[in-house]
Design a protein around this ligand. Structure first.
Ligand SMILES: *Cc1c(COP(=O)(O)O)cnc(C)c1O
Length: 301
């Protein structure tokens, strides 16, 4: 079942000029190399969900996402690989008329897309609505938006196995907080784990992670929400310029939705000396590079 990764994750140090003199080390865990589409954290969040679906003999998986959702396309690709039919419930009927590269890719992987109004989409966690979907789509195995469930968190605990204990700070981008909680739950309790939310008002995630972090793992965990660059999926010339500059120096491609914003935030935090001078930081590249399709012409990679 563990066949998706086509390359093992590895740790790549950033160019010293990027982080000196502020901290002792700054490395990046390259989960983006795992697969071109089922990349980064998405594979870990889906893995146990799909395993369970297969064990329980489901024929179909159903999940949710927006028109740029990395999760949706990852679910489509992974379901195809395992011979499962896939249904994607897409937020916003407008998306049907202005189909995105992400959604096109979902269709290429055989996902059947169902466009629903924002109002209907908002019911995605309600029991009655899920029952209705279940009847309509041949009793599918339902994965919540972003793979945000217990199986998703457990899968992300595996990410911690790539992290050795020389690091004092672990940084990763957050959407639902599923990866954050999985990683933090699997690391020693006092490890500093910082999350970077790419949407306006992302501070609420501090409350969400408190629910799913084990009681003794809540110290030294924090979500920052200052680097949203206008909101989820929004970008500025400054952000694109930063991503190009980062690539020039480190030869690591960042995505515009999550990891670009996180690294821009970390650059500012280094200058603001948020991290102690002896910090050894590991940033997690959670993938998402397929989401750069719409800005490809502005990027040097
Ligand atoms: C989906 C995604 C995230 C968010 O992961 P969560 O587990 O929902 O917090 C972070 N980075 C990238 C690149 C993603 O695609």
């Amino acid at each position: 079942m563990d066949t998706i990764p086509n390359r093992e994750p590895f740790i790549q140090p950033l160019h010293v000029d990027w982080y000196r003199p502020y901290v002792a080390a700054l490395d990046m865990l390259r989960l983006d190399v795992v697969h071109p589409v089922v990349s980064g954290n998405k594979w870990y969040k889906l893995k146990h969900n799909l395993q369970h679906a297969i064990e329980e003999r489901y024929k179909t998986v159903l999940t949710f996402g927006g028109a740029y959702s990395n999760h949706l396309v990852a679910a489509a690709a992974a379901a195809k690989q395992y011979g499962l039919r896939s249904i994607g419930i897409v937020r916003g009927t407008y998306a049907q008329d202005s189909i995105t590269p992400t959604l096109l890719e979902c269709v290429e992987y055989g996902m059947e897309l169902q466009f629903v109004s924002r109002e209907e989409y908002a019911m995605k966690e309600e029991g009655d609505y899920l029952l209705q979907l279940s009847q309509r789509f041949d009793t599918p195995y339902i994965i919540p938006e972003g793979g945000a469930n217990e199986y998703g968190r457990i899968g992300c605990e595996e990410i911690a196995s790539f992290i050795d204990n020389k690091y004092t700070h672990i940084c990763l981008a957050v959407g639902t907080g599923t990866s954050f909680c999985g990683v933090a739950n699997a690391l020693p309790a006092d490890t500093n784990v910082y999350g970077y939310a790419p949407m306006k008002g992302g501070d609420y995630l501090n409350e969400i992670i408190d629910i799913y972090l084990e009681a003794d793992k809540r110290a030294n965990k924090k979500i920052y929400a200052d680097w949203h660059f206008g909101g989820f999926g929004k970008r500025t010339d400054e952000l694109i310029g930063f991503m190009n500059e980062f690539y020039r120096m480190n030869e690591i491609p960042l995505d515009m939705v999550y990891t670009g914003k996180m690294m821009a935030g970390i650059q500012q935090q280094l200058q603001q000396q948020v991290f102690p001078a002896d910090a050894r930081i590991l940033c997690i590249h959670t993938g998402g590079l397929q989401g750069n399709a719409s800005v490809q012409q502005s990027l040097i990679y």
